[in-house]
Design a protein. Structure first.
Length: 64
């Protein structure tokens, strides 16, 4: 990976978002996915990325 953030691509951010999700860091995963979505030119793809990594502050979990 590069040290220049301007050189990072949507794929780089999405890969990092997946890594953070796997490491149980949902908020960081959401932020990285949001950046990936911003760098994606296709609106449908960007919407899919956002849906896959929702903001954990707005996700509501029901308790039994």
């Amino acid at each position: 990976m590069t040290r220049d953030p301007a050189a990072l691509t949507a794929v780089d951010y999405l890969d990092s978002a997946r890594e953070m999700a796997a490491a149980d860091r949902p908020y960081l995963a959401h932020l990285l996915a949001e950046e990936a979505a911003k760098r994606t030119s296709d609106p449908a793809t960007a919407a899919g990325i956002r849906a896959a990594f929702p903001d954990p502050a707005t996700v509501r979990e029901e308790s039994d």
